[in-house]
Design a protein around this ligand. Sequence first.
Ligand SMILES: C[S@@+](CC[C@H](N)C(=O)[O-])C[C@H]1O[C@@H](n2cnc3c(N)ncnc32)[C@H](O)[C@@H]1O
Length: 264
Amino acid sequence: MRRAAHQMWDSPRVLDDPLTLKIIGTEAEAALRAKGAPDSRDFESTIRAFTATRSRLVVDALGEALARGVRQFVVMGAGYETSSCGAHEGLRAFEIDHPATQARKKELLAASGIGGDVAMAPVDFTRQTVQAELPQAGWDASQPTLFSWLGVTNYLTREAVLETLRFVASLPRGSEIVFDVSTPASHLSVYERFVRLGVHLKNLRRGEPSGTRFDPAAFAQEIKALGFSRAEALEGPALNARYFAGRGDGLKLSARSALIRAAV
Ligand SMILES: C[S@@+](CC[C@H](N)C(=O)[O-])C[C@H]1O[C@@H](n2cnc3c(N)ncnc32)[C@H](O)[C@@H]1O
């Protein structure tokens, strides 16, 4: 919904993704429109901006990966992202997600008429491993792969996050992963801590425990030891300079936003 709101209201757009308006369906689109334009300087807008920016970073990473010859793209915890649905000549796209989310995604894709040739594998990261399930969807471990892992690490244990990163680091040179992390409370303002607590409690009520935090720069350093040749933390100020400079509407990320790119 945030990516769809970004398509509808923000100009210029950081992420161009018309399919995101299609996948939510006409009713949800109408409801979003009826709410009216958001105030691009409020806190919710920083979250919408982050949701768009993390997907944009993956679009940029995918362009670079294609240019260096990578032909496999795996979206982990894909949710209702449409990044794998775009047509890229010769690219093999895969999505893995929690079985419940993936089943709903298939319904939404069918209802919205979005095509695309995406191989889907249901994986619950708390019970199964990516390395065991992905080959069953036809993914080739001998070829380099770009992985997108957005909005997921927060829901997993630190050990489960490290296990997936260890697997990616073991893949052929040219492979890469882009993911986001939630920063520790000590990095947040009092207001941000309050908002986060609200989200955490809402998630708990829905039966979705969340709350694994990482210091972005320290974690990027730490995971190099897993076998990545390069790991870089991209935080709010650097991302704002890259994607939000010179806007008239004041839309920008919270300074605490954090993404990590790690390459084998
Ligand atoms: C906040 S959504 C992010 C979705 C999408 N990547 C995006 O950026 O919009 C969290 C995603 O993590 C997935 N997820 C959470 N816990 C999971 C688990 N244990 N196993 C597999 N996927 C999980 C959910 O199914 C959902 O797709």
